[in-house]
Design a binder for this molecule. Structure first.
Ligand code: ATP
Ligand code: MG
Length: 573
């Protein structure tokens, strides 16, 4: 890991307890973890949890055991040649680095294909594996069920010589896909179905993005993963709970090969609860469906929980790491509320994002008693009192300004403290104005508000102490910067995507997860904002200048998050 790596979070959980025990008992003198993504999609926030855990552990224990060789590998788990791509490998590396981590070695499961083949021949020779020629449906049928034991394959008794011969011919490409498989000779009556003579190799006449046309047989995950771990000397192989049943097979593979292969470690697998978030989807299959079906604008669409999407949305790496720490590492699956992620980004941006004025749905206000040619430059602070930072800019004030349509009401209820006919309101950093008249269009909609201002209410110039309850934001019409603003919200309307058939979840997509506003008016200072700049638009939320579409002079802003949990409130209504 390089110096860009982050300081370790001081947290404790059952995995760190296991590691501490192992170190104390002398079972290990160093800690080696790995993050093993399959390069068949982009990473999501669930992967971030695994990244923080694996890389975080390596950082922490390297501090405790400085010269021990403690480290974390990045390993692409590329055993399925059909779905994998180098495009995804590049994206995954970018995302891990952006999260603030770096790896001590970049590996591929395919680096070990030759070794895996050799070990398979060893298993055959040791009477631990055989070539099975049942068809896929037959294998399934012979395997039995949770309640009925499996039956042994008629090919289970093939001689070592015949098995070696067939397996070599499988490698040589003499057979079609599905004609034979290599299976471990384990236990067909084991209550754990994974142990019922597991598939170790299958025939796939498909080129691989790393090994090209070298292979037409490919190892299965359950065979490749423990071997890759063991070859790399992984001590603690951390994965998610759904692999609990695979652990027995993991151990079977390692135990049957360790004496022959002389692995540098005897790795063990530990499972933790995967991260689930409500109002979104995280399985790669579903993400792929959203992207390929053009329901979103790509893997980095800010509606998605992908790391690329969250980055473009404006999330910071710090906020995502803080979120992962706050979620913790547990043994029981649960679903985390999206509000918890939003809390983390608000908490981070509160002291990072300068406050500015932006009107998203503009309504013109003409201040009739303000001279047309005058412009006043008023002081406006970038930071609120409770953020210990300094910095101000000038905001121009003149006769015509824009306010938010929502900040004006023709017939307001009693507790409405913004602008209304005959009512007075304070303009942030500027004067108090009183509504004197309105102009409607032919449909009766208010298109312009007429006001007068009170010169005695200029901030800082001995203002008249008047009780004006409401303060609203505004921008000078003449100086405003036109912008497109994209308001993002939750991807799904329902807390949990319907299970069932794959595409059904598409019906619960929130049609307002993206609202594009084309006529927004930003304060003058934002004309020069650079892609990636983050601000709080006062009273509206946190926003970022889009990394792809925003340009100085023609800004496009994404809403990262509202200032409060507006979703919870809108759902209660
Ligand atoms: P998905 O199930 O979302 O399609 P996957 O598990 O197939 O993803 P991999 O590329 O195999 O994705 O995952 C790499 C690592 O990230 C694995 O160790 C996996 O356990 C972990 N991981 C994947 N999803 C989550 C999650 N939601 N929470 C925590 N860890 C996860
Ligand atoms: Mg997987």
């Amino acid at each position: 890991m390089n110096s860009s790596a982050v300081a370790p979070a001081k947290s404790s959980d059952f995995i760190r307890d296991i590691i501490n025990d192992d170190l104390e008992a002398g079972r290990h003198k160093k800690v080696i973890t790995r993050f093993p993504p399959e390069p068949n999609g982009f990473l999501h926030i669930g992967h971030a949890k695994s990244i923080c855990l694996n890389f975080g552990i390596a950082l922490e224990y390297r501090e405790k055991l400085p010269d021990s060789g403690t480290r974390c590998h990045l390993r692409f788990d590329d055993t399925d040649p059909i779905k994998e791509d180098t495009l995804f490998e590049d994206g995954i590396q970018e995302d891990i680095r952006w999260l603030g981590f770096d790896w001590d070695g970049l590996y591929h499961a395919s680096d070990y294909f030759e070794k895996m083949y050799e070990y398979a021949e060893h298993l055959i020779t040791a009477g631990k594996a055989y070539v099975c020629s049942l068809s896929d449906p037959e294998i399934k049928e012979y395997r039995g069920s949770v309640t009925t034991p499996g039956r042994e394959s008629p090919y289970r008794t093939r001689s070592v010589e015949e098995n070696i011969d067939l397996f070599r011919r499988m490698r040589a490409g003499e057979f079609k896909d599905g004609e034979h498989v290599l299976r471990g000779k384990a236990d067909m009556s084991n209550p754990n179905m994974k142990m019922r003579d597991p598939l170790l190799y299958r025939i796939r006449h498909t080129e691989h993005h790393m090994t090209g046309a070298t292979w037409c047989i490919y190892p299965m995950y359950d065979y490749a993963h423990p071997i890759s771990d063991a070859i790399e000397g992984i001590t603690h192989s951390i994965c998610t709970l759904e692999f609990e049943n695979n652990r027995e097979l993991y151990d079977w593979v390692v135990d049957n090969l360790i004496d022959y292969a002389k692995f540098p470690s005897c790795p063990h697998q530990y499972e933790f609860a995967r991260l689930n978030l409500n109002y979104t989807v995280m399985s790669k299959r579903r993400l792929l469906e959203l992207v390929e079906g053009k329901h979103v604008r790509g893997w980095d669409d800010p509606r998605l929980p992908t790391i690329a999407g969250l980055r473009r949305r404006g999330y910071t790496p710090e906020s995502i790491r803080a979120f992962c720490t706050s979620v913790g590492v547990a043994k029981a699956n649960s679903t985390v509320d999206m509000a918890q992620l939003e809390f983390c980004i608000r908490d981070d941006l509160n002291h990072k994002a300068p406050r500015v004025l932006a009107v998203l749905k503009p309504l013109k206000v003409v201040i009739e008693n303000y001279p047309d040619t005058d412009v006043e430059e008023l002081d406006a602070s970038y930071w609120p009192h409770d953020v210990p930072k300094e910095g101000t800019r000038k905001v121009p004030f003149c006769r015509e300004i824009y306010i938010e349509q929502d900040d004006f009401m023709l017939e307001p209820p009693k507790d409405y403290f913004r602008l209304a006919p005959g009512k007075e309101v304070r303009l942030r950093y500027a004067y108090c104005i009183t509504c004197t008249d309105i102009i409607k269009d032919s449909n009766g909609a208010v298109v312009e508000v007429r006001c007068t201002y009170d010169p005695d209410t200029r901030p800082g110039s001995n203002p008249v102490n008047r009780k004006v309850k409401g303060t609203i934001h505004w921008v000078s019409a003449r100086h405003a910067v036109d912008a497109e603003v994209r308001l993002y919200d939750r991807l799904l309307l329902e807390e949990a995507a319907p299970a069932g058939k794959d595409s059904e979840f598409l019906h619960s997509i929130n049609p307002n997860a993206l609202q594009v506003l084309n006529n927004c008016k930003l304060e003058r200072s934002l004309a020069t904002s650079q892609p990636g700049d983050r601000f709080q638009f006062e009273r509206q939320g946190y926003f970022i200048a889009d990394s792809k579409d925003s340009k100085p002079g023609a800004p496009v802003f994404n809403r990262i998050v509202t200032l409060k949990d507006s979703w919870a409130r809108s759902q209660k209504k």
